[in-house]
Unconditional design. Structure first.
Length: 161
């Protein structure tokens, strides 16, 4: 029985971090956490690109374009959608999440999900380097692990042929 488990290694991996500028104090902290994780796990700074987009709504379009290049082993997406008094939150958060999942399926490129969906800014701050850690770091770690897993499974398939 074959068993596969990825390890978060960045050596030789090309990664793009896609970050939303909306709620920039939060997203910059998430982006910094993601970059710190990538470098600490072996990614060369020359192998990491950072792409800034206006808001969470634009994250899937940018991720789609980046994945379509075939240049990246993984994407890390960070942003923050904070609930307000209107249903805008539900549409943006839901569609951004669905769009990012679609990118992952269509291009078979891991997308580390660091899009916060919180009820208020205090919750966002707690997840962008506060008491709940840095979800940008967590998203980058997951993306690296999945990139390694995808490589193992691909190599395993090649060996079976």
């Amino acid at each position: 029985m074959a068993e596969f488990e990825g390890t978060p290694t960045g050596e030789g991996r090309r990664v793009a971090v896609v970050a939303s500028r909306f709620n920039e104090a939060i997203t910059r902290a998430l982006c910094d956490g993601a970059l710190d994780c990538l470098v600490r796990h072996g990614c060369a700074s020359d192998d990491v690109d950072v792409v800034w987009v206006p808001g969470a709504w634009e994250l899937p379009a940018a991720a789609h374009r980046l994945a379509a290049t075939g240049r990246y082993d993984a994407l890390v997406v960070v942003g923050a959608v904070v609930r307000g008094d209107t249903p805008h939150f539900d549409y943006v958060a839901g569609e951004a999440s669905r769009g990012l999942a679609a990118v992952q399926r269509e291009f078979e490129v891991p997308v580390g999900f660091g899009l916060l969906t919180t009820d208020d800014m205090a919750q966002a701050e707690a997840r962008a380097g506060g008491v709940h850690g840095n979800k940008g770091w967590d998203a980058a770690l997951a993306a690296l692990e999945m990139a390694d897993l995808f490589l193992q499974v691909r190599d395993g398939d090649d060996a079976a042929d």
